[in-house]
Design a protein around this ligand. Sequence first.
Ligand code: PNW
Length: 490
Amino acid sequence: MSPRQLFKIILGFGSLVSLVTGEEWAFPEDFKFGVATSAYQIEGGWDADGKGVSVWDRLTHETPGIIADGSNGDIACDSYHKWERDVEMVKETGVDYYRFSLSWTRIFPQGFVNYVNPYGVAYYNNLIDKLLENGIEPVITLFHWDSPQTFSALGTLSNTAFINLFAQYARKAYELFGDRVKIWITFNEPKVVCQDFHWFLGNVTAVYPAGVIEYLCTHNLLKAHAEAYHIYNREFKATQKGKVSITLNFEWSEPASDSPEDIAAAEQRRQFEFGLYANPIINFDYPQIVKDRVAQRSALEGFPESRLPQFTLDEKLRIKGTYDYLGLNHYSTWYVRASEEEEIGRPSYAADTGTYRYQNPDWEGSGAEWNKVVPWGLRNILKWIKDTYRNVDVLITECGYPDTTGDVDDEPRVEFFRLYLNATLQAIHEDGVNVKAFMAWSLMDNFEWQQGYQIKFGIFSVDFSDEERTRTPKKSVEYIRNVVETRLIN
Ligand code: PNW
């Protein structure tokens, strides 16, 4: 029996039980569904109507070999011109939310807010208005990786100047769009920005001084987030009545065995990967284990103080509580085992994190190596978040399934959503987690960063060989639409 068949039997049994007991697991009334995209991945129009250059424009244009298929986002899905069709697609899916990001340099070509590009503002105004006309609520990410190229000379996020530059940008965004936009996300996936891909900082060719800049970036990003939160609270909240938070990515770390060492190793990894950002914002300061490990390794490496900067008490208090919900992006799960300490040598976040992780080769795969289908990982994450962060409201801002075919008959993606939506329902009903939304990644096939167009996450396919960038619904559109309508998984 395949896992899929087994799952259907279990699901079937579950519905039988609920029939008999008269209770049925439905998505609560106030639960919202959505679909998500980001500016650089879909918009194209990279230099249209006065848009300035972002680090992704520069990177893809000037670094041969960096994108798997040699492509870039110059045209992408051409959403800069096809946005009306995008709104139709969201409408067709029947969801409540459309999450998209602002291209910073489309609105502020140089990154600085002294000059506002009216075409950029008009683009987002039109999109927002059209969404609202269609009963769809916009969810806006301010920073989904395409920072202004002009900041690169400063080291972008590794420079404290970034804090104020971002705060000014956020204020302008609230001013321009906040009368209609009520859900704001400051940063998408800080860990990816600061710990995973150094070229997000615009530092394409230089040897990356890992282990130092990684934490400077984290430190400044958390402060920039907090400033953007406080600006909203102080200057806009009373009139605009919206919510501001951050979206963190979390791949679940499951202990590889019941041994205390493996259990501790998995927790260590969660704290390094998620706690590094969530703890200062929701609890207080960086997690103790992160502070201790980075300090110890820094000392052995000969640094006079920890490579992880310290917040002053005022800063800790200023960052604490800067969330009105928690945004979560989730894709897959790993087993984690305790491992020997990496030798003292080149300092790095990876060495600080320690531990060893792997995936079970028997887990159902997908079009991306790392993206194994492990729905219980999502449920465990949600439970862990509930326990670690006092049952904060969680919006799942991304969750999705990649393939390489782009087939409109995307049964494996349907199955993925069935399983992950069911894990969400279990977390709500059995574990009492406050999950308030599920947004599918992605509305359409798009520029998948380093993988270019080879990996497809869309519930709509896009014909990239056609100038019109024709979009076609896949089976998963119908599936999601049905879940939204019935509020049940079937
Ligand atoms: C997200 N991981 O990144 C991004 O927010 C999207 O822009 C992107 O297209 C999408 O995932 C699909 O890749 C990820 O650690 C970050 O496994 C980290 C992980 C996965 C995705």
